[in-house]
Design a protein around this ligand. Structure first.
Ligand code: DO4
Ligand code: MG
Length: 303
């Protein structure tokens, strides 16, 4: 199933999409469901999964369902129609990221860097590159703003499949944008945290989608479209089947000697990077679309 978090009439809500695209407000059915993390915690305690739990909630209570469709929710959110503001689909206390998981990412880093050998070494090694990406406060929702640094001339979005964790396990997926400064990253690999972690440097959404609905996470198309002044200035595609290390390999490394809080979101690396002559500008609109998950849209601002 697909789960959305949003504010409507001043109240944070969790909505679930049904097979016909209708949205059911789970918070209206049971106010104790105030977040997707609430659902995850109850499912964990009762030894079930969130889709089974949701089916039980839905079968006990049919009222308040299907007032608007998800299509209407997403179309109305940027302009506040239906009084809706979308939120990240999980209140991720931490966001981590993996890098150089696709051959194209490795080649691009080598081209930009004065220390190209580090990227080939990490691509070939058993231990993947993992880095801390974002706190919850830096994280942007669908239709929110994403940042480019004022001290960086070369900036790109990175469209990435994201897995969401609970009790150290993958419980769902979403789309993510790992906003990056290539100027700073290319200057010195030790500057990576500054290239990756800054105000509005990450976005997640639109939905938290369970493994049951995603199917095989290593067979998903990931598309990046960048629009400037109403015209597409970049279109790129990758497929998660091109990842050198799959999601289960990545989580296995992340949780070694490292306790991650429930709801941690993990970006799995980019397979699409705009060409070297391209840099983002304020006002650009970034669309990241992943099969089975949906489209994450954000607008660029200088931070
Ligand atoms: O090594 C630098 C970061 C790589 C990255 O973010 C990616 O491959 O997606
Ligand atoms: Mg990345």
């Amino acid at each position: 199933m697909r789960y959305y978090q949003y504010i409507q009439s001043g109240l944070k809500r969790v909505g679930v999409e049904d097979e016909s695209g209708g949205l059911t407000d789970l918070t209206a059915l049971d106010p104790r469901i105030g977040s997707t993390l609430d659902l995850l915690n109850v499912a964990f305690i009762t030894n079930t999964d969130i889709d089974s739990l949701t089916r039980a909630v839905l079968s006990n209570n049919k009222s308040g369902t299907g007032k608007i469709t998800v299509e209407e929710l997403l179309a109305g959110a940027p302009i506040g129609k239906h009084g809706v503001t979308l939120l990240p689909p999980v209140d991720a206390p931490e966001v981590w990221a993996f890098g150089v998981t696709y051959m194209d990412s490795m080649r691009e880093r080598q081209a930009e860097s004065g220390s190209p050998d580090v990227y080939a070494k990490v691509y070939d090694a058993d231990r993947p590159e993992a880095f801390f990406k974002s706190t919850f406060e830096r994280l942007q929702p669908p239709f929110g703003e994403v940042g480019i640094r004022g001290d960086s001339d070369w900036n790109v979005p990175e469209p990435e499949l994201v897995f969401v964790t609970h009790a150290g396990k993958i419980i769902g997926y979403t789309a993510g944008n790992d906003m990056s400064s290539r100027t700073i990253e290319g200057e010195n690999p030790l500057y990576l945290p500054q290239a990756k972690v800054y105000d509005k440097s990450a976005a997640l959404g639109p939905a938290l989608v369970t493994p049951e609905t995603v199917g095989d996470p290593q067979r998903l198309r990931v598309e990046l479209i960048i629009v400037r002044d109403g015209k597409q200035v970049f279109v790129g595609k990758a497929n998660t089947s091109e990842m050198k290390r799959d999601c289960s390999y990545l989580i296995n490394w992340l949780v070694r000697h490292n306790s991650i809080p429930d709801g941690t979101a993990v970006m799995t690396g980019t397979g699409t990077i705009p060409p070297p002559e391209f840099t983002l500008a304020a006002g650009d609109v970034i669309h990241i679309t992943i099969d089975k998950i949906g489209r994450l849209t954000n607008t660029v601002v200088v931070v």
